[in-house]
Unconditional design. Structure first.
Length: 580
């Protein structure tokens, strides 16, 4: 029984699929977890988990959950990445409760996000490990101040698995709530059903041509859709070997990801665009020479705008290790569509298309993210008139298909507005998911150009904040790549929008003015804009989501209230806004 061969519609859920694999191939590896990539062969640093052991662990935790929660209750998962997290997520499916993956509240931003999720999902309890249970008790509270009960799942004995399992879920049962990144507002809980999961995973398996001989390598955070579904559930349900490691380890040493791919012969892996750039910047000739990436045939680049320059840099840097640039596979998806919407066939490389209508003195170029996956339809619609746009013309990306979720948890108005769209020129079609993303279709391929909420509109022309941000950090090596945010603060005394950028600066204080002036000149040259102000910030202070996406609205709010960790402010005289 596999996700590709399962009849549609299915009568059973993902939990039955996992149990079936455990019964058929009990000693097969579900995954390996590498606790320390610096010495994975040392005792205890790599844990191999069989399908049978994972099923037993999940069944035991499920028994503990059934004692504390009723079917349909939400359970907040606050585990660190590791085997206990995987087992606890599956335990929620086994117990018939709704898993709510969340990043642990280990920072002020993390605590604020967890608080927002608790207000929205109203979980019956939260689950973590014994090490963190006590510390999180004071943080995980309901809106009335009452503490949410906690469970340390690693204290549950495997002997508890002896009880009869709960009845298997049906296809339409809610599997979990995937909270959105919050890059343009408060996180919302996307209601993902077992049917959504099974359909989207089957589509991904077919598009990426995964076979049992493949090996997935992932460091992605498990509380995000790409890390959970692509990194953990897809290989588990496809019979593909998986090697998991910690996202924290990647951030400390990005090359640990590539070293795991080399060491374990990984054939399939995925990461956001910034991760590929980070590997290039942190690499050394010695470490590149020690890699063998010849087996890596599908390198998915998604979760944020894919940049042509990143693809070229990564391909060139790691060619000596046996990696070919055409293996980089740009893809597009979002939580509201379970995960994946489009992607190219493996090995075809990244296509680009010029955007001559893009504002600025230099014609833009955008990377294609492939064709829609099986049974999924994509339409480009004018966001104001809701009329379908012609081929090659920009508009809002609308999506329909079996992976599109049923809506947002407990938000009927937002659900109707986002998931119930119909084009005015074809009212009988749909309903469609309004993604809030801008893009175009050209010869069946999708190209994503930006976010509607982030657009900079100056004198009636659209400018894209990512263009401004890239011009800023490319202007001077002391400005940190991927760590800038551009936004407008609204009209200033009738003079049009006031355009501002903030960027992280990593250099001596006396060089800040020089770096800032170079960035302002670059924005004028490359984007045809004059910034009102550039604010240079300390390292790691530009607001980002836990997935690494720039939170431009949060940066704007911090700028307006004076809440930025500033090093310097740089301005140039002259009119503000567009040069054209």
């Amino acid at each position: 029984m596999s996700i590709g061969s399962m009849p549609r519609p299915v009568a059973a859920g993902l939990d039955a699929l996992v149990r079936d694999r455990a019964q058929r191939t009990p000693q097969a590896l579900a995954f390996r977890y590498v606790a320390d990539s610096r010495d994975p062969d040392a005792p205890g640093n790599t844990l191999a988990v069989t399908c049978s052991a994972l099923d037993t662990r999940a069944s035991a935790v499920a028994a503990a959950l059934r004692e504390r929660a009723r079917p349909g209750d939400r359970v907040l998962l606050l585990h660190p990445h590791g085997p206990e997290y995987v087992a606890s997520f599956l335990a929620c499916l086994y117990a018939g409760v709704v898993a709510v993956p969340a990043n642990p509240p280990d920072s002020p931003a993390g605590a604020a996000r967890v608080a927002a999720i608790v207000r929205d999902a109203r979980p019956a309890l939260f689950a973590t490990t014994a090490e963190y249970l006590g510390g999180y008790r004071g943080t995980v509270r309901r809106p009335d101040g009452a503490a949410v009960p906690g469970l340390a799942t690693d204290t549950v004995d495997d002997a508890a698995a002896g009880g009869a399992p709960a009845r298997s879920a049906t296809a339409g049962t809610t599997a979990f709530l995937q909270y959105t990144s919050g890059s343009t507002g408060d996180p919302r809980g996307v209601v993902v059903t077992h049917d959504n999961l099974l359909a989207n995973m089957a589509a991904m398996r077919d598009r990426f041509r995964l076979v049992p001989g493949d090996r997935q390598v992932s460091w992605l955070p498990p509380y995000h859709d790409m890390g959970l579904i692509l990194g953990i559930l897809l290989p588990l349900c496809s019979g593909v070997d998986a090697v998991l490691s910690s996202p924290f380890e990647f951030m400390v040493d990005p090359l640990s990801w590539l070293e795991n791919l080399s060491r374990f012969g990984g054939t399939f892996s995925a990461a956001p665009n910034f991760a590929y750039d980070l590997c290039v910047r942190k690499s050394t000739g010695e470490r590149v020479a020690a890699l063998d990436l010849s087996a890596w045939r599908v390198a998915v680049n998604g979760a944020e705008p894919v940049r042509r320059a990143t693809i070229d840099r990564f391909g060139k840097r790691f060619a000596p290790a046996g990696f070919a640039a055409e293996r980089l596979t740009p893809a597009y998806g979002l939580a509201e569509a379970t995960l994946m919407v489009s992607g190219p066939d493996p090995g075809t490389g990244a296509r680009t298309t010029p955007l001559p209508d893009r504002a600025g003195p230099r014609p833009g170029e955008v990377v294609g993210v492939g064709r829609a996956v099986a049974a999924t339809g994509v339409r480009i619609v004018a966001p104001d008139t809701l009329r379908t746009r012609p081929d090659g013309t920009e508009g809002e990306i609308w999506v329909r298909g079996p992976g599109v979720a049923s809506g947002y948890w407990a938000r009927p108005e937002a659900t109707a507005a986002t998931f119930g769209a119909r084009p005015t020129d074809a009212p009988g079609t749909g309903p469609y998911l309004r993604t809030g993303d801008l893009g175009l279709l050209r010869d069946g391929e999708l190209y994503v150009t930006g976010r509607i909420k982030d657009l900079l509109i100056v004198h009636g022309r659209n400018h894209y904040p990512q263009d401004v941000e890239e011009a800023v950090w490319n202007a001077d090596p002391r400005l940190r790549p991927g760590c800038a945010a551009a936004f407008d603060t609204g009209p200033a005394e009738g003079d049009g929008p006031r355009l501002v950028a903030v960027a992280e600066y990593d250099g001596p204080p006396e060089g800040a003015a020089e770096a800032g002036a170079a960035a302002l000149r670059a924005v004028t040259r490359d984007c045809g804009l004059r910034l009102s102000e550039l604010v240079l910030l300390r390292r790691r202070t530009v607001p980002k989501t836990s997935a690494g996406k720039i939170r431009r609205s949060a940066a704007r709010e911090a700028y307006l209230r004076g809440g930025l960790d500033e090093i310097a402010r740089v301005t140039v005289p002259g009119p503000r806004g567009s040069l054209g």
